[in-house]
Design a protein around this ligand. Structure first.
Ligand code: BGC
Length: 247
């Protein structure tokens, strides 16, 4: 079916109509800057704008950078604290007039990567990471998602802050790190992750994954580590797939 997928990010909210069987966008991607502060009312207003732009009615899948349990958001690392304990899925449905399925943004992107991308048919533990404003994680065991893993928030030895505040793509930009400097930080992070989970495969997504040749070789893990070829589109495609499956 054709469904609307929306990816709420720290800097932009992106949406497109998706053919959920093929895992392909069938329209251009509409990107609207994330309102600052990213409070629920303002962000949900943007969702409504996206729905109106596509003149869409039908199920909507939405990925958000938060822990999501039964449609309620329970964390807010790069969005406003008002999301904590907020009945987000229900409010999104009320404002847009469409049924909404809400999940963590990295989990949603992971669904697309496992269904249509580099994780397809890979057994065992597969871990997908999105490098952007934060570090998102999605963990699959024999194709089944373990939701809300939040591995961007682990602490690394000697660091007094979450790993994502040391190694996210945002930090590379803010601190003007060279690829090598950033690659070393990623290496420390992924070696720690590998020690904790021993995955078969690590897949790196997020917009910066298109520049994987610059930094992936600095990451030395026993597990195979590869870029997600769906990049920034995975969040939209995965969201639409979830919408189609739960409608
Ligand atoms: C959030 C996660 C999110 C990740 C990527 C983190 O700061 O806590 O929920 O998946 O950023 O957006």
């Amino acid at each position: 079916m054709i469904a609307l997928g929306i990816d709420i990010g720290g800097s932009g909210i992106k949406g497109a109509l998706v053919d959920t069987e093929k895992g392909e966008m069938v329209t251009d991607r509409l990107r609207i800057p994330t309102p600052q502060p990213a409070k629920p009312e303002a962000v949900i207003g943007v969702l409504k704008q996206i729905v109106d732009h596509f003149e869409y009615s039908g199920p909507i899948g939405v990925g958000i950078p938060a822990i999501v349990i039964n449609g309620v958001t329970w964390s807010a690392a790069n969005i406003d604290d008002e999301w904590i304990g907020f009945p987000a899925q229900q409010m999104m449905a009320e404002v847009t007039g469409c049924p909404v399925i809400l999940a963590n943004d990295a989990d949603v992107a992971g669904v697309a990567v496992m269904r249509f991308g580099a994780g397809k048919d890979v057994p065992g533990t597969v871990m997908i990471f999105t490098l952007g404003t934060g570090i998102g994680s999605a963990v699959f065991v024999n194709g089944h998602l373990v939701p809300n893993t939040e591995l961007g928030h682990v602490y690394l030895r000697g660091q007094k802050k979450d790993a994502e505040n040391h190694a996210a793509e945002r930090i590379r930009e803010e601190k003007n790190l060279t690829w090598k400097q950033w690659g070393k930080r990623l290496n420390t992070y992924f070696q720690h992750i590998e020690f904790l989970f021993s995955p078969e495969l690590i897949i790196i997504g997020g917009g910066v994954s298109k520049k994987h040749e610059e930094f992936l070789h600095f990451i030395k893990t026993r597990a195979t580590i590869i870029p997600a070829e769906l990049r920034n589109e995975a969040g939209i495609i995965g969201a639409a797939v979830l919408a189609a499956e739960t409608s």
